[in-house]
Design a protein around this ligand. Structure first.
Ligand code: URA
Length: 237
């Protein structure tokens, strides 16, 4: 074997190890968020459908995820650690949409894993579900510095991503958490206090706006209002 050929083989070997390492890291990340099943499919094959995911949703979400992971449409790309695309079941009947990743989410690349996330997990479990049964995403996919509120320009640059996620998932119900998610999806400026608790519609999908879990951490007295909203969602499901 020539020296050149040997060198090329070693380089190919290294590249393969890097790819395998990246796949392993990705699987570990998804496992942490409660995903128990993985569907590996070439985008050109209809393997998602064969593997049981309705209409190949898993494959379409993966294609969108790899696009969003490279996004540089706004300045948040410069300060993020990870893009927080979303997590959960591609076949979820229930989707939660929050505002933007915070510090914990930015570090882990997963939505709602900090204190507000722990409260959201409790809400989901009180509904008789697990995180892996639902899909969780945010309006912004990257963390605003110091957890400041999203800027209108950032929402404008990013909202297409959550709209495409919804188009793929087509859940039966979307719960919008807080002012930013509710106002963005419903194209309204009405305050969350006026929107919450009443079903609205987004592209033929029922939307229940409710308070954000971070707000509930500061105002625990309003947890009962969120619970009445979630009871309406459970009845609808
Ligand atoms: N708040 C959000 O709106 N989203 C997260 O993912 C975490 C906190």
């Amino acid at each position: 074997m020539s020296y050149e050929l040997k060198r090329e083989l070693i380089q190919m070997d290294r590249a393969l190890y890097e790819i395998i390492g990246a796949i392993k890291a990705r699987i570990a990340l998804e496992r942490e968020s409660g995903v128990a099943e993985f569907i590996f499919a070439a985008p050109w094959a209809d393997a998602g459908r064969e593997a049981g995911s309705v209409d190949g949703k898993a494959v379409k979400l993966e294609a969108l995820r790899s696009e969003v992971l490279r996004c540089k449409r706004c300045d948040l790309a410069k300060t993020r650690t990870h893009v927080v695309f979303g997590a959960g079941s591609p076949d979820a009947k229930l989707m939660f949409v929050g505002e933007a990743p915070g510090g914990d989410e930015d570090l882990q690349g997963l939505p709602f894993v900090g204190r507000a996330g722990q409260l959201l997990t409790k809400i989901i479990e009180a509904m008789g579900l697990k995180r892996k049964d639902v899909y969780i995403a945010n309006i912004l996919k990257c963390r605003p510095p110091n957890n400041r509120a999203p800027l209108p320009t950032e929402i404008l640059a990013c909202e297409e991503n959550v709209r495409r996620q919804i188009e793929i998932l087509r859940p039966a119900v979307i719960v919008t958490l807080g002012k930013f998610a509710s106002q963005t999806l419903l194209k309204t400026e009405r305050p969350i206090s006026a929107l919450r608790g009443k079903f609205q519609e987004y592209e033929g999908i029922k939307v229940m706006p409710t308070f954000h879990p971070a707000y509930l951490l500061r105002n625990p007295g309003d947890k009962k209002l969120v619970w009445t909203d979630m009871q309406k969602v459970m009845k609808e499901l």
